[in-house]
Write a protein that binds this ligand. Structure first.
Ligand SMILES: *[C@@H]1O[C@H](CO)[C@@H](O)[C@H](O)[C@H]1NC(C)=O
Ligand SMILES: *[C@@H]1O[C@H](CO)[C@@H](O)[C@H](O)[C@H]1NC(C)=O
Ligand SMILES: *[C@@H]1O[C@H](CO)[C@@H](O)[C@H](O)[C@H]1NC(C)=O
Ligand SMILES: *[C@@H]1O[C@H](CO)[C@@H](O)[C@H](O)[C@H]1NC(C)=O
Ligand SMILES: *[C@@H]1O[C@H](CO)[C@@H](O)[C@H](O)[C@H]1NC(C)=O
Length: 441
């Protein structure tokens, strides 16, 4: 769920003034499970689907429903409809458990590195305006620590004006539209949040700011029933920003192969420092008013040949939620011609199911598929064939790198990140990669 580009009119001052978690001298370091939506650990697991069906479904979910949204039907006090969004695919592949309130309530929510606000469906929600979920809606009245922000509170007024309105009782109402027509609006409040961490005393953060959504839609897939979104992106409202100093402004993940029966890991604090053999780092680029984490891709090497981008200012979004990797069209075309030279594809199958583009039938005698090196500024990430190719049906192999249809935006997706420990050091301004067997991590 990638929040629209217009959201962050707020400056860094928001970070300084929100009533975020109380500062603590001891830094928290903890690890939680990231559950692939389709894995056997997920409540949404469908055992009758084959691995290739699952992967294909995930890739199909990448199809973005680009649309210019007007929120006027619900937030009719807004003075203008939002400007064009940056539309990137929304898959919701990974879920994480959060525990909110006192006593705490467990929520299984989409972990999203492409947006900032965390929200859950709340009890004031009328089922016609929300989506069905398998547990009762979160009821703030049952939590002794929940508080709504009034409209004239500093926290509320620091939401950009196009993202909030004042309710009839003077309450702060947020409105978020996402690039795929998903949306949430509701009360803006704070409560404690904790995680089912492996630490002896699971860290608990008392005043986490989040949305109590009562008009919500997640378009990703009708069969998927998460209960909200956890925003791990850039921007002052994200979980990562709110935990801030507590976690040293660091988080990381280690994603397992698709069909694995263990859970992937999401780490915060010291645990998120990427160490070990073969660590490479590249500058993390955060652009004003956008929730995305950008890297700069200088070129791609396939076999002995390299295509260069000639760019330096952050041209690819690194995203844990997009299944596939998307390249700006010219770069994609050059990349695919190099792959074709090496694999010596005789007959290209032009009927790869959308959104796949380059597919072929692998035949005996064909050269082994090559490793592919993504040259990020200062750090080369070597991708194995398992990262870039997928057997999607009988003998039909497709490239998981596809052309971008998102206004020239490139995205480094999650299949390409499997079995890397990927660490984000927000203050240090870098993203690090280390090849890792994530099932041992
Ligand atoms: C939803 O709850 C029902 C009954 O508790 C259970 O049988 C079903 O498996 C659950 N489905 C999911 C997707 O969690
Ligand atoms: C599980 O997958 C099978 C095969 O694709 C499909 O027919 C069935 O509807 C799916 N079940 C659910 C609950 O989605
Ligand atoms: C994962 O678990 C499922 C169901 O328990 C099983 O059918 C499958 O073989 C397991 N996969 C692996 C890779 O162990
Ligand atoms: C797929 O590959 C196998 C083994 O290489 C071969 O026997 C079979 O005919 C192929 N099927 C198709 C549809 O090409
Ligand atoms: C990773 O570790 C697991 C558990 O020891 C092992 O089964 C698996 O083969 C390893 N994967 C790779 C790619 O080495």
């Amino acid at each position: 769920m990638h929040a629209l580009a217009f959201f962050f009119a707020a400056s860094c001052s928001l970070l300084a003034t929100l009533p975020f978690t109380e500062p603590s001298k001891t830094q928290s370091s903890f690890t939680i499970d990231l559950i692939h939506h389709d894995s056997s650990l997920s409540p949404f697991y469908n055992s009758s689907m084959t691995r290739s069906q699952l992967i294909r479904n995930a890739a199909m979910r990448s199809i973005s429903r680009a649309n210019r949204l007007s929120f006027s039907h619900t937030l009719n006090k807004l003075k203008e409809s939002p400007p064009e969004a940056i539309i990137i695919p929304n898959n919701g592949d990974y879920l994480m458990r959060i525990y909110i309130g006192t006593p705490s309530v467990e929520r299984l929510a989409i972990a999203d590195t492409g947006s900032d606000l965390t929200w859950v469906q709340c009890s004031s929600c009328d089922i016609t305006k929300c989506f069905a979920q398998n547990t009762s809606f979160y009821d703030p009245k049952h939590s002794s620590t929940f508080a709504f922000f009034p409209c004239d509170s500093e926290t509320c007024t620091q939401l950009p004006y196009s993202q909030y309105i004042c309710g009839d009782s003077g309450e702060c109402i947020y409105g978020y539209n996402y690039g795929d027509e998903s949306y949430s609006y509701g009360g803006f409040g704070s409560d404690s949040i904790s995680f089912d961490a492996t630490a002896a005393t699971p860290p608990n953060f008392p005043k986490f700011v989040f949305g109590c959504g009562y008009v919500n839609k997640i378009t990703a897939d009708k069969s998927r029933k998460p209960t909200g979104i956890v925003g791990l992106g850039a921007g002052p409202l994200s979980l990562v920003s709110q935990l801030g100093d507590e976690i040293g402004h660091k988080f990381s993940y280690c994603l397992l192969p698709f069909a694995s029966n263990s859970s992937s890991k999401l780490k915060f604090g010291e645990a998120a420092i990427v160490q070990g053999n073969g660590v490479v780092s590249t500058p993390l680029i955060i652009k004003p008013d956008l929730p995305f984490y950008y890297l700069n891709l200088e070129g791609i090497t396939v076999g002995a040949k390299t295509v260069k981008t000639g760019q330096t200012d952050g041209n690819i979004i690194i995203d844990s939620r997009s299944t596939l990797t998307y390249l700006e069209k010219n770069l994609y075309n050059e990349f695919v011609s190099l792959v074709k030279e090496i694999v010596a594809v005789e007959e290209e199958n032009n009927y790869g199911p959308y959104p796949f583009d380059f597919c072929f039938t692998y035949k005996e005698g064909m050269s082994a598929p090559p490793d592919v090196v993504f040259h990020f500024t200062g750090g080369d990430v070597v991708l194995k064939p398992m990262h870039t190719l997928l057997l999607i049906e009988d003998n039909l192999t497709c490239s998981t790198v596809v052309p971008s249809s998102f206004g020239g935006i490139s995205i480094f997706g999650n299949l390409a990140q499997i079995d890397f420990h990927v660490g984000y050091d927000i203050q240090g301004g870098k993203v690090s990669f280390a090849p890792t067997n994530c099932s041992l991590n």
